[in-house]
Write a protein that binds this ligand. Structure first.
Ligand code: G3P
Length: 498
């Protein structure tokens, strides 16, 4: 049967999706399933790894059955995933020994404080391009080994495996045959040396993580394994592309040249700038990370990580019950002329780039008797744009490159108010592509390249098309005044540490 499609599995923080792409990089159909968020303690976020797995099986089944596409027509599978989220499982039984500890979870803050006080900041930064923060996987693995009964002994005996979500899914899909990850996911663990391209012995010693638990690290585009037929409707389909979701979006946005940048508005908001084969070190709170390993080489990116973006809109909808749907936020925001001096700092799990402050919590400033829901909603949307401006400023300072246009993707880019305000705040054109599922698209491209479904990046570049460009139209006085207010709000928020 002719191979007509590539299947991307996008395992995100709040849902799993399966998207079928055709040769033009267009979406043929998709299926999505949400799963439970587990909050055992304040600041902790966990998932049930088996539920993640079953949600992936469910969306694969749904997309194939609703489209009637035969698994025989699927050339390959690409996987993209919420990064850093940590799973440890028993090699023999295949059972996770603890929940998946999610990237947002702060339960290892204490471990991080200890490491920092022991003076390890530079050691980790110089080797991994990251900072010591509860965000990354390394301290999460240590936490599991320290807190689950008998885990450390088992790990020392080589009976446990660690993986980020990509590794877990490949292991499951391949029937336990492949224990692998790719460069992009490894580069988020705090255990991988992004210059020497290997798990770093010194860092593993500091974190007390045995190397036997760690997956083999591979390029982002190659055949890692095949699906066992009982998990894929009788077919053995190559799993041939893997990238962490943010790197995958950079790839799907065709940001293949140095200086090209994208911003993804998902649960959080992550801006990545391609820096080519040079790993640029940051002095302004950005992360140096691997963009992908492809065509025999590794390329790097600078990253600004914002922990709360789309989840702030979700909070308006589900927590405060101010909105019926996330989409309704646009009408509320447009119904007022401004946020009337209100600032929302959505530091629900601390602040990432450029502040890196785990202890700060969310805050609201500028309320008056005249403040209405509309102002509040608008101020929350504006906070996404202000945080992005913080990141863009840091990027310009670290790389010396001025971003000329920003490519955007993720759920919130459907919000025209936000996109216009974003462009106004950055004073840079914001380009929204026709295919906005660029995270999944990136993984599909990587998987398609590995099996010859697409020839090369030049062919892929032709598929990238603009849906709408938002041009800045705000005066520089207004921009500066608004941004100045944001800086003051963040400064004030960081003073209050409950
Ligand atoms: O680093 C965390 C990131 O990979 C999560 O992405 O799309 O779930 O916000 P998202």
């Amino acid at each position: 049967m002719e191979k007509k499609y590539v299947l991307a599995l996008d395992q995100g923080t709040t849902s799993s999706r399966a998207i079928l792409f055709n040769r033009q990089g267009e979406i043929v159909d998709q299926a999505q399933k949400e799963f439970n968020q587990i909050f055992l303690n304040p600041g902790w976020v966990e998932h049930n790894a088996n539920e993640i797995w079953s949600s992936i099986l469910a969306v694969i089944a749904e997309v194939l059955s609703t489209t009637g596409v035969s698994p025989k027509e699927v050339a390959s599978i690409g996987i993209t995933n919420q990064r850093e989220t940590t799973i440890v499982w028993d090699k023999e039984t295949g059972r996770p020994i603890y929940h998946a500890i999610v990237w947002q979870s702060r339960q290892t803050s204490k471990i991080c404080d200890e490491l920092k006080s022991q003076g390890y900041n530079d050691t980790f930064r110089d080797k991994t391009g990251l900072l010591i923060d509860a965000y990354f996987s390394g301290t999460k693995v240590k936490w599991i080994l320290d807190h689950v009964d008998g885990a450390r002994e088992k790990a020392d005996e080589g009976k446990l495996l660690f993986g980020t979500v990509d590794t877990w899914l490949i292991w499951k899909l391949s029937g336990g045959k492949a224990h692998v990850t790719d460069y992009t996911n490894a580069s988020r663990t705090l255990m991988y040396n992004i210059y020497d391209l290997k798990w770093d012995e010194e860092l593993l010693d500091i974190l007390t993580v045995p190397e036997s638990m760690l997956p083999e690290v591979k390029p982002s585009s190659e055949v890692y394994a095949e699906t066992v037929s009982y998990h894929f409707f009788g077919e053995e389909v190559p799993i041939a592309g893997v990238a962490g979701d943010q790197q995958s979006a950079l790839f799907g946005q065709a940001c293949y040249e140095k200086g090209m940048a994208k911003n993804t508005y998902g649960t959080g908001c992550f801006m990545l700038m391609n820096t080519g084969t040079t790993a640029v070190k940051s002095d302004h709170g950005l992360l140096t990370t691997i963009a992908w390993g492809l065509d025999g080489k590794v390329e790097y990116a600078l990253e600004g990580s914002i922990f709360v973006a789309g989840s702030a809109i979700q909070w308006l909808r589900d927590g405060l019950r101010m909105l019926k749907s996330a989409a309704a936020s646009e009408q509320y925001a447009l119904s007022v002329k401004s946020s009337d001096g209100v600032y929302v700092v959505p530091a629900f799990v601390g602040l990432g780039t450029p502040y890196w402050d785990s202890d700060v919590r969310g805050a609201i400033f500028g309320l008056t008797r005249g403040t209405e829901k509309e102002h509040f909603v608008r101020a929350t949307l504006e906070s996404l744009a202000y945080q992005t401006k913080d990141v863009l400023n840091a990027m310009a300072q670290d790389s010396g490159i001025e971003v000329k246009t920003l490519r955007v993707d993720g759920g919130a880019v459907a919000n025209n108010f936000l996109m216009q305000f974003q462009s106004d705040m950055l004073d840079v054109p914001v380009q929204r592509p026709t295919v906005q599922e660029t995270t999944a698209l990136g993984a599909a491209y990587l998987a398609g390249l590995a099996v010859g479904f697409w020839k090369d990046r030049d062919e892929i570049k032709q598929n990238w098309k603009i849906d709408q460009t938002f041009e800045a139209s705000m005066s520089s006085e207004d921009r500066d005044k608004l941004y100045d207010g944001w800086k003051k709000a963040v400064e004030a928020a960081t003073v209050f540490k409950p």
